[in-house]
Design a protein around this ligand. Sequence first.
Ligand code: PLP
Length: 357
Amino acid sequence: MSIIEVLPEVNEVLRKFELPKEVGFGKIMAPIMIEADYADGKWGPLQLKAYGPITLDPTAKVLHYAQEIFEGLKAYKTDGNGPFLFRPDENAKRFNASARRMAMPDLPIEYFVEGSKTITSYCSEFIPPNSGETLYIRPFMFATEGSLGIKPSEKFKFLIIASPSGDYFKSGSVTVGIERDAVRATPGGVGMAKTGGNYAASLLSANQAIAKNCQQILWLDAVNHSRIEEMSGMNFFAVIDGKLVTPELTETILAGITRKSILEIAQSEGFEVIEKELLIEEVIEGIKSGKCTEAFACGTAAIITPINALQESDDTQYKLQNPEGPVAAKLRKTLLDIQEGRKEGPEGWVVKINPPV
Ligand SMILES: *Cc1c(COP(=O)(O)O)cnc(C)c1O
């Protein structure tokens, strides 16, 4: 018995849906969604229903105090394989870690995992078939209680929506602006939670970066502005002296599942991997001296995206020798081969999705 109730409208909206040729990233939404509400200290039923607008009281706490969390994961279907989900249990656990930090209720792990599996199963024929194309799945939860007092909501909504998507970055590599002034996350803050406010806080810097032809921002630590932390929605790696180096996790870094998977894959492919306090000056000096040959961003959306240069606000650029570097290329290939079902990954990473029953 499934824990999900499928509403009668679902079959009809699926039948009417047509996938456009050009999908972009996160633009086209699948015609169905998963929904559950929390009230009186417990979660109500999990339903699969037609995608559509939601009604909120204007005093809903999410609109005023940003009590909100989200996740992002992908379903892969290529070469007639799949669909597959990649480590959905990891996303479910991180969702609850974010929930606790934001004073929100835990969601039963099976609501998250079964919900993601079910929406994938029903959308299977709308997953674009080329390598790198996926169904991008967005589970999220927000405070719906209506009243303006600043205190935790007692009512929440959980939704999963899904978007047939192509590559996140159309061009092969990105230029990354080093943010020397504004900060993303502070010690004691909410940097390790996937909560909307972190992204709202990054947008002013993002605008400034875009005006200088940078597609991403590199955030430094809030105290000394010297340690590399991450990008706004991706983690950071560099190849220094042939070793794969990434900032060690702290409470101001979002613990990426792609980051963690890359560390494991790289080790099994014989790379030396180092998680450490990584100073921006070490990377800049390394680029100048030729010791740092590659740098890349990684995340569910970005997969592995090479960085072609780091850039200061005065437009000084530190160009990577090898922007489409061999290390990033090799790791990207292995990761995608596992995610898309061409290569066996470690136990439990890839979850095959069956057609709806
Ligand atoms: C989601 C996210 C990442 C990447 O996490 P994945 O699990 O690899 O998708 C990295 N940094 C931030 C700030 C994020 O929001």
